[in-house]
Design a protein around this ligand. Structure first.
Ligand code: GLN
Ligand code: ZN
Length: 763
């Protein structure tokens, strides 16, 4: 009914038949009040039954579906998951690896997610270029699915009950994407992509048949793998898959998102599907955004298909305003006859509802749109488009201001090159020891913070708790015999939030949760204006910690790229411009730390790699500004000040030139669990500045032995890292220790110092 009415309106105004309908690509599935998190965690702890969990999860689903219907969305994707949509697909297809075969049902499902006795969980990996993490399918050389879609079909039936048959649209991850995201179960016996996809197709055919019997209007098959650089090579697989699946007779909406589909566009538009959904927007604030509009401008869009126009930004908390209807109007002007208006990507990446926010200033709230508000924007864009004058498609794209760099070139370079400045920096023994920054966030610390927040603890008393913690941390590090100390970060809960609250231009939500993985949600800060440092951010704690010891204490900052990548950025100016604003603020902090007598300053950039665009062709553009932002924040340091960076667990063998470009004096990375690939890559590259490769895993509660860590140190020499220069080879844990307990941290560091001493003694 609704669809027909919309069609009639459009017909009379344009004298041309097409219709607009609208739906969104997935919705937050965590519940308005994080109901699912609480239910999951209680179930896992044994505090509630499976039935109770499933009751909550069906209520959460139902609320999300009903909300979409109420807001006027016509085709509603039957979203919802207990943990992860990729895991769901693995589960439906019966692709659990052999180590989970003794389990079944939800027991197997959660074992794959979280591990169980004797069976390690599936790997977790970043989902495309988002901050959401999915569980990685493992495929054997010969793929033999044992499909059981009963829980999926039950969900579809629930959806039909809530919404009626005409509006309830089942959604699944498509076979090409599932295989594209998979890793070989055995690296020695990798699966062949085409064979693996072909092995899955019969299972999809069977479930599509079942759905046809249920009278669904269409089925969404999500294939974001088409946005990868090498999508062009997927042509044959896609053609074979969709030839087989379209033969079932149910209408298929092939859904892509996170970027344009690049070179695959010219053949993907000819796939035998009823609708093709495309992302017009890409990453918010990126200057080289999605090319979808340009592709349509150039090649047109076939008349026999519906275009799913992803024009409402599902990645940005900012309202789209005029840009969405303008884009739709431009598509109509371009002659695209059959359009559905939808979100560019899943709304799962946005918080649920901005109306839950009580504290945000009204002038910010007015400009925001969280998932619920995006639904209204989708509906409004479809309605308003008919009244908008059509312009060229590409000029209807929201514009991103990219102010020219007005930063003098000299501000990006240290006064001396590394070879000259190294001698002026702190001098240490061979294999110097240090840690990455944080020490345990103890119960006492958390209690004090909460009491301080509630006004039950005075600022002076809270500061006393922090200072006592630092006294303990410094005393213990001295006792253990570390060479460069840290204050332990007791005053920080989170490495981005801590800086955000001290900078102008950031806003914080109370209920702005988005899923990171499973039941883990984060609340990214929102950059809403120009970023300016209000005053020193870390000096007080540094000065206090340094006053307690003669040994050097590291200054500890989060880098500009990481702060940006873990926040919701602005959309009106480029990511690059925002990174530079952050860099200038941090630059002042680096200068102040130096003035306070700090000789070693660590600037963490664990999210550097995360910002890489999906398309390789756009990597350099990103890396250039990301590296320049880091340099802008750090090169103010005098030659005698040692700049350290920490990159966590990122793989960077393919971006070594950028890592080198950071010009940091010490590079610390996670290494203990890897097979030293990164060290080998660094050695081969001829990386010449100091390296601190992690010698033990901070994620495990196990106290590592000195022998184990000595073995790790030996590998530095074995791979000929820095040609064996022992003064440049640092010994440290993989990462910060905030999730550990003191009872694990102290003996681990003792053993680490022992390992370094043993290595030192061996000449
Ligand atoms: N300095 C931070 C810490 O130790 C670094 C954490 C990170 O890179 N993720 O906690
Ligand atoms: Zn780390």
């Amino acid at each position: 009914m609704r669809i027909l009415r919309a069609a009639a309106i459009q017909e009379s105004q344009h004298g041309n038949y097409y219709y607009l309908n609208h739906w969104c690509v997935r919705f937050p599935r965590i519940g308005e009040k994080r109901e699912l998190k609480k239910a999951l965690e209680s179930y896992w702890k044994g505090g509630s039954s499976l039935e109770e969990l499933l009751t909550v999860s069906t209520e959460v689903e139902k609320a999300a579906w009903s909300l979409q219907a109420k807001q006027g969305v016509e085709l509603i994707g039957l979203d919802g998951t207990l943990y992860d949509q990729v895991l769901d697909t693995i589960f439906y297809l019966g692709l659990a690896p052999p180590r989970f075969q003794h389990l079944s049902g939800y027991e197997q499902y959660f074992a794959m997610a979280r591990g169980t006795k004797g069976a390690e969980a599936l790997d977790m990996s970043k989902f495309f270029d988002t901050n959401y993490h999915y569980l990685v399918p493992e495929l054997a050389a010969s793929v033999t699915p044992k499909p059981d879609f009963s829980t999926f079909i039950a969900k579809v039936k629930r959806g039909q009950e809530v919404l009626g048959k005409a509006q309830a649209v089942p959604m699944l991850i498509g076979p090409n994407t599932l295989v594209g995201l998979a890793k070989p179960a055995d690296a020695e016996a990798p699966f062949k992509r085409a064979e693996a996809v072909a092995a899955l197709v019969p299972a999809y055919e069977a479930v599509l048949k079942e759905l046809a019997g249920l009278g669904v209007p269409e089925v969404q098959l999500h294939e974001p793998i088409l946005t990868h650089s090498d999508a062009a090579s997927l042509k044959a697989d896609f053609e074979a898959t969709y030839k087989a699946l379209s033969a079932v007779g149910v209408l298929i909406n092939l859904v892509t998102y996170y970027d344009d589909i690049g070179d695959a566009y010219t053949w993907a538009v000819d796939l035998p599907v009823a609708a093709l959904s495309l992302d017009f927007l890409g990453v918010p604030g990126s200057v080289l955004g999605s090319d979808t509009a340009a592709l349509i401008e150039k090649h047109g869009f076939p008349e026999n298909k519906r275009l799913g126009a992803g024009v409402v930004d599902g990645r940005s908390v900012w309202a789209d305003g005029e840009s969405a209807p303008n884009l739709v109007a431009a598509l109509v002007g371009k002659g695209v006859k059959n359009i559905s208006v939808q979100s560019s990507v899943s709304l799962q990446h946005l918080p649920y509802d901005k109306d839950l926010e009580q504290e945000l200033p009204a002038e910010i709230v007015d400009r925001l749109a969280f998932a619920k508000q995006k639904l209204a924007e989708i509906v409004a864009a479809a309605k308003a488009a008919s009244g908008v004058k059509a312009v060229a498609l590409t000029s209807a794209l929201p514009s991103v201001g990219d102010p020219k760099e007005e930063v003098a070139e000299t501000l990006f370079n240290r006064a001396e090159v590394f070879a000259k400045r190294r001698g002026a920096q702190i001098q240490t023994v061979d294999f110097p020891t240090t840690s990455i920054g944080s020490f345990p966030q103890t119960a006492e610390l958390r209690r004090a913070r909460l009491q301080f927040k509630k006004g039950q603890l005075s600022a002076a008393d809270y500061e006393k708790v922090i200072n006592e913690y630092m006294q303990y941390a410094i005393r213990e590090q001295e006792r253990i015999g570390l060479d460069v100390l840290v204050h332990g970060e007791p005053e920080r809960t989170d490495m981005v939030e801590y800086f955000g609250v001290k900078l102008e231009g950031f806003a914080f939500t109370e209920a702005g949760w988005v899923q990171s993985y499973g039941s883990r949600y984060v609340r990214p800060p929102i950059i809403h204006g120009d970023v300016v440092r209000k005053g020193p951010m870390t000096i007080k704690e540094f000065e206090y910690a340094q006053s307690l010891t003669k040994l050097p204490v590291k200054g500890m900052l989060t880098g500009p790229v990481t702060i940006l990548n873990w926040s919701f950025p602005r959309k009106d100016i480029s990511r690059r411009a925002q990174a530079f604003q952050l860099a200038l603020a941090l630059r002042d902090e680096v200068a102040d730390l130096e003035k306070a007598g700090c000789r070693v300053i660590q600037v963490d950039e664990p999210a550097l790699r995360e910002g890489l665009p999906l398309k390789r062709a756009r990597w350099e553009s990103y890396l250039t500004w990301a590296v320049r932002a880091f340099r802008l924040s750090t090169v103010v340091a005098a030659p005698g000040t040692q700049i350290v960076t920490h990159l966590c667990y990122s793989e960077f063998a393919d971006i070594l030139h950028a890592i080198d470009g950071l010009d940091a004096d010490v590079l610390t990375i996670e290494n203990s669990r890897s097979g030293d690939e990164m060290l080998r890559a660094l050695a081969k590259y001829g990386y010449s500045r100091d390296i601190g490769a992690g010698v033990y895993d901070v994620h495990s509660p196990v106290v590592p032995t000195a022998e184990f860590m000595e073995g790790k140190i030996q590998t530095f020499l074995d791979v000929n890292l820095l040609k064996g220069d022992r003064k440049q080879l640092w010994v440290n844990p993989d990462c910060g220790l905030k999730t550990r307990e003191w009872s694990q941290v102290l003996p681990s560091l003792e053993n680490m110092v022992k390992a370094a001493a043993n290595a030192r003694a061996k000449k």
